[in-house]
Design a protein around this ligand. Structure first.
Ligand code: NAD
Ligand code: ZN
Length: 258
């Protein structure tokens, strides 16, 4: 078990690596948002850890073929915690890093929009798995604010279809079995090649191709810091492995150097 002084030393060492870097890429997963009340999938209290059936509903084939699955998804979207969640100290620390002028890009697997809500510039945030704040038509790609579709659901439409072409609508997120947007994932891998430090936060680093950002940065010579509450699939790449609460570790790790 980690004693407190050991952990403080580990954070201080990693902080030195951060202070020496000028083009930092941060890679975030669901773990950075749990302290804002949005559950992750695979952590100890994750949605799938507690209810393995929930994984099936996020499969694109089921969504497209089964109206019941879509209707249940729209009901869930009415009350998704993302609408009211507030960014936490972990998100805040990444805004501070951008203010210091050392954030090259923020690659996120999260779909909750909390990095932008916290104040990171939208041009820095690369949402490799999309966002719940918009809908996209499966047929014609028409993209609109989610609120428009939710208003229709509240008015009694159980499965609102595209206003342009009547195609199936879903949130503008990447479901399982669905291809990633090639421009977005290419940009995420590109910034990972360019960075001089990779900071991976709150991810099991087990979802591909997004998780490839970490070995790509490492291959380019960048040191890797991993912050997570448990082990990840890529701990072997880490120069600094910080295990604990993200909301406590990130502010300490990213405070302005003296
Ligand atoms: P994951 O659920 O696989 O892993 C999250 C990790 O964070 C776990 O290892 C967990 O132990 C750790 N963790 C949780 N809270 C923590 C805390 N406060 N401090 C330290 N560690 C903490 O998440 P993932 O790797 O991002 O992959 C899941 C996929 O699900 C992603 O593709 C993402 O798109 C999606 N997802 C997004 C959200 C969101 O937008 N907030 C939420 C759930 C799932
Ligand atoms: Zn359409």
């Amino acid at each position: 078990m980690d004693s407190l002084p050991t952990r403080t030393t580990a954070i201080a060492r990693a902080s030195d690596a951060v202070a020496a870097a000028k083009r930092i890429v941060v890679f975030t997963g669901a773990g950075i948002s749990t302290e804002s009340g949005i559950p992750d999938f695979r952590g100890p209290n994750g949605v799938w850890t507690k209810n393995p059936k929930a994984e099936k509903a996020s499969n694109i084939t089921n969504y497209l073929n089964e109206p019941d699955v879509r209707e249940a998804a729209w009901q869930n979207r009415l009350t998704t915690p993302a609408w009211t969640a507030q960014p936490n100290d972990g998100h805040g620390a990444l805004v501070e890093l951008e203010r210091q002028g050392r954030l090259h890009a923020l690659v996120t697997q999260n779909i909750d929009g909390l990095h932008q809500k916290a104040g990171n510039d939208t041009s820095k945030v690369i949402e490799v798995h999309g966002t719940v704040w918009f809908t996209r038509c499966w047929e014609c790609d028409d993209r609109r604010p989610m609120e428009q579709a939710l208003t229709r659901v509240r008015a009694g439409d159980p499965d609102p279809s595209c206003l342009e072409c009547s195609g199936i609508l879903k949130s503008d997120t990447i479901s399982f079995g669905q291809a990633l947007n090639p421009d977005v994932i290419d940009r995420a891998l590109q910034v990972s090649d360019e960075c001089d430090l990779m900071l991976a936060v709150g991810s099991t680093l087990s979802v591909f191709p997004a998780a490839n950002c970490v070995p790509r940065a490492k291959a380019g010579g960048a040191p890797v810091i991993i912050v997570n509450g448990e082990e990840t699939a890529m701990d072997r790449y880490a120069d600094h492995l910080l295990v604990g609460q993200i909301g406590e570790i990130l502010p300490a790790l990213l405070a302005e150097p003296d």
